[in-house]
Design a protein around this ligand. Sequence first.
Ligand code: FAD
Length: 401
Amino acid sequence: MHHVIIGNGIAGVQAAEAIRHLDPESEISMIAAETFPPYCRPMISLLLEGAVTPDRLPIRPGDFYESRSIRAFPGVRVTAIDSGRARLSLDTGETLAYDRLLIATGADPRAIRAEGKTLAGIFSMRTVSDVQKMLDMLSSCRSALVLGGGLVGFKAAYSLLKRGMAVTMLIASGYPLSMQLDPVSGGIIRDTLVRHGLHVETGVEVTAFEGSGRVQRAILNDGRTLACDLVVVGKGVRPATGFLAGSGIDVDLGIRVDEHLQTTISGVFAAGDVAELTDVVRKRPWINAIWPEAAAQGWIAGLNMAGRSASYQGSLGRNVIRMFDLDIMTAGIVQPQEAAGTTQVLTHLDGNGPIYRRFVLQEDRLVGFTLINRIEKGGMLVSLIQRGLPLDPEEKRLLLL
Ligand SMILES: Cc1cc2nc3c(=O)[nH]c(=O)nc-3n(C[C@H](O)[C@H](O)[C@H](O)COP(=O)(O)OP(=O)(O)OC[C@H]3O[C@@H](n4cnc5c(N)ncnc54)[C@H](O)[C@@H]3O)c2cc1C
């Protein structure tokens, strides 16, 4: 049996280990466009910030491939899948046959439409190599522009502020992380960033970048010009499915999979940021592109590839972020209009801490929360969402304490 895994992110790594866990004999090949050994992608912003060095990023020992008898193809990209003949085309010109295949290709940054976007100094922040290139330029940079206030834009802005740069963030909503935060918690985060020097611009877009070879300024759609010598584009990500055209594998929001992480083609599985699963609170197809989901899905996919039937119970978005003196934790649904049926929102704000707690309930069941500081009950709250038990009035009151 030959198992082929595309991608050496956390989903691919976990799948390889699950297969080996059940099956010491079968052949495993791992193909990865990146050459860096498997690493902790969420930590690349710490590399930008200067809090860690590259040797802190790997998530497995240096002999990961050899010790698990995995044939590695680093720096090789899959360009097409022929699911009828069960083989892959590689950008080396070769083909590779498989018996079972896992697609764990993660996500690609969303492109922007702006003239001059290929000038040097304009980056997305997805890979360790993106950050290494930024670091090579950093000493000659004074002012950075961050496009987008999602998780990546937010982390880039925070890291660059900590580097002492002048940072401007362009966001559509009034505060960063608007997909995860309500206006009150978003305002606390924005005000903290602004106090540490962030300049925020809302409701404007870049139409063009200018500079001779390297970016020097951005032209905004209101006619203004912003000086910048480093730009980070954080306009979200989309599942890395570009090479699947003609493969017969069904792609909707991401690659469609069943509860065993199998795609619409038998023997072909998908896991991690590239896969679409049922969200436990929304009860519909969704992509929660987060590390713990990718890890868990990779493991379950690997078990199924190796012949054990294992089911996935659905995915839940959640995150913990530390920023200056704030601990922020969010999970599930934040906007009550997203919850079906009778909804209730409970909040508690102590501005001095600040301490903020906000809970979204649907039919008396917790479906989402936001905590700022005192996040120690977060794990218990996540399991409350996952178990979906109705809460009585006293239990709801306890949430706020
Ligand atoms: C800056 C940043 C901060 C983040 N912060 C957090 C956080 O705080 N918390 C959190 O939970 N999550 C965070 N994430 C998200 C988290 O990193 C992802 O959810 C997780 O890495 C997904 O793992 P994956 O294995 O699905 O994909 P990836 O880690 O993206 O790995 C996919 C691999 O596939 C390879 N690949 C892609 N296409 C091909 C191809 N055609 N051929 C061969 N190889 C290919 C890629 O090179 C890559 O190595 C962050 C992400 C970024 C970028």
